[in-house]
Design a binder for this molecule. Structure first.
Ligand code: BES
Ligand code: ZN
Ligand code: ZN
Length: 507
């Protein structure tokens, strides 16, 4: 998708379709909204007529299409819901709804009337970013395996109109930044959506190498031999049942600023999670191709960090393995010795994410002494039970880091909710014969015991764990409960969130 800014009014341009946002008004505000006067005139008073017969009310998800009487263009009025509730997230959803309404309907160019989307609470700059988000995210489709596809919007223009034209320079900068970011988010979705027949740990390593080459970053790929030398018994144990051997992938972005803050971003990269010997049941198992979403997010975060030149140095670590049963598979009862020297008693081979992360976290903390570690992992079904399909769990040993991530989450709309880790959970993951056990054999507080397990491998480092099992992907009926800009399949959740954090973090 190409984006453009235009100083004129939307009605003066020559796009195939113009989108205007309409907030819902109180019942007694009966008069036709003055904000739509220019469009009404250009469209032969069709809008005011529709208003009179109560066809358009501005309700959320209401999209109404008008055709210009001379045949030259369309206008979409998209409902924004109650005026006092319109926020940035509303705009993302509205832009996505517009793009979806136009899909396969012969429009190539689309224009937004900016003034109808920004208000006293939403500065024009935030509105521009939100429109870019909604258009890109809502319009996204995974096309790798489609031999045919419907035409879609190729160019979106944001019309500033008289008032916003004065702010053209900052708006242009916001637009360009958001375009760069969204290019990476869609790139990440394209990787995360590829199934495990192709997307093996080595295939992910290839992507990391390609990225490093493109942006001049340092990349290190540890294969199974090297991992054995490094005593990474966790990731090796999980990967041992698969013919596609595990990889620990490290990417380094040097930082845009001279000062030295280092943030490590660590991702769970299980290319397929069958559960292993503790095998999962068949229904829904196909979705476990998305169990690499954390590692894919890390790839995306590094790409975004490098292309936007965020201030801190960022170390990306992807812990990649395939969890299958097989003649060499790890089994319940096994004892694994991890990179830090701590041992894991395996009680359930399906709790493999925390096991691969034990080596990744232990390694990055030991080698780089980062100021902060953020991990992203589709770690537990329990987190989905607790928070539903669109909110990630946040577990952290650091209040300031948590608050910064919550602030970034407000900006990007990627919802997170902090949950506690206490001594109760720490006790629950202690092993009788080793240091920690990977499963408690009870379902209570499953997302929190998983976090308590991970905590053993970060030492005193400020650390935040994002359990993205819910929002990392969408399949089946869930698609209708999540934001309109969530697509089917991998969402690349976390890329915008963590990148925004990196862009704004004090050094
Ligand atoms: N990859 C799964 C978690 C998951 C579940 C992700 C649903 C996305 C959607 C993880 O490896 C897993 O199987 N966790 C187990 C842990 C249990 C065995 C302690 C779970 O959540 O049931
Ligand atoms: Zn599992
Ligand atoms: Zn898993």
């Amino acid at each position: 998708m190409r984006f453009a800014l235009d100083r004129r009014e939307a009605t003066q341009g020559t796009v195939d379709a113009i989108a205007v946002g309409l907030p819902e008004r109180a019942e007694k505000e009966d008069a036709f909204p003055r904000a739509l006067a220019k469009e009404d005139l250009a469209f032969g008073k069709l809008l005011s007529a529709a208003w009179e017969r109560r066809e358009i009310r501005g309700k959320r998800k209401e999209v109404t299409v008008f055709h210009r009487p001379d045949g030259k263009g369309r206008l979409l009025v998209v409902g924004l819901g109650p005026r006092t509730l319109v926020d940035i997230e509303t705009l993302r959803n509205a832009a996505a709804e517009v793009v979806r309404a136009l899909k396969g309907r012969g429009a190539r160019t689309l224009g937004f009337k900016l003034a109808s989307f920004s208000n006293e609470r939403i500065p024009a700059e935030s509105a521009v970013r939100a429109l870019v988000d909604g258009v890109e995210l809502g319009g996204y489709e995974f096309l790798r395996y489609k031999s045919t596809h419907e035409g879609k919007i190729e160019e979106a223009t944001i019309f500033l109109g008289e008032e916003a034209a004065r702010e053209e320079t900052p708006l242009r900068k916001a637009l360009e930044q958001e375009e760069t970011l969204l290019d990476t988010v869609l790139w990440t979705r394209d990787i995360a959506n590829v199934p495990a027949d192709t997307a093996t740990p080595e295939w992910l390593a290839e992507h990391a190498r390609g990225l490093a080459k493109e942006f001049g970053l340092k990349v290190t790929v540890f294969d199974e031999k090297k991992l054995a030398e490094m005593q990474c018994g966790g990731i090796l144990g999980v990967g041992s049942g698969s013919g596609h051997p595990p990889r620990l992938i490290v990417l380094e972005y040097g930082g845009g600023a001279r000062s030295g803050k280092t943030v490590a971003v660590v991702g769970k990269g299980i290319t397929f999670d069958s559960g292993g010997i503790s095998i999962k049941s068949a229904p829904g198992m196909a979705a476990m191709k998305y169990d690499k979403s954390g590692a894919c997010a890390v790839l995306g975060i590094i790409r975004a960090a490098a292309s936007l030149k965020v201030p801190p140095r960022v170390i990306g670590v992807m812990a990649c393995a395939e969890n299958l049963p097989g003649p060499n598979a790890y089994r319940p009862g096994d004892m694994l010795r991890t990179h830090t020297g701590k041992t894991i008693e395996v009680l359930n081979t399906d709790a493999e994410g925390r096991v691969v992360l034990s080596d990744a976290l232990g390694y990055v903390v030991e080698k780089y002494h980062p100021d902060q570690v953020i991990d992203l992992a589709t770690l537990t079904g329990a987190c989905v039970v607790a928070l539903g399909p669109d909110i990630a769990g946040l577990m952290s040993n650091d209040d300031a880091l948590s608050q910064s991530l919550l602030d970034a989450s407000h900006q990007t709309g990627e919802a997170i909710w902090r949950m506690p880790v206490t001594d109760t959970h720490r006790e629950m993951v202690k092993s009788e014969i080793g240091d920690v056990r990977n499963s408690t054999e009870q379902r209570e507080a499953g997302a929190l015991t998983a976090a308590a397990f991970l905590e053993n491998f970060v030492g005193n480092t400020a650390w935040a764990h994002l359990d993205i099992a819910g929002p990392a992907y969408n399949e089946g009926p869930l698609t209708k409960y999540v934001p309109s800009y969530f697509n089917r399949g991998a969402t690349a959740f976390g890329v915008r969130l963590v990148t925004r954090y990196l862009m704004t973090t004090p050094r």
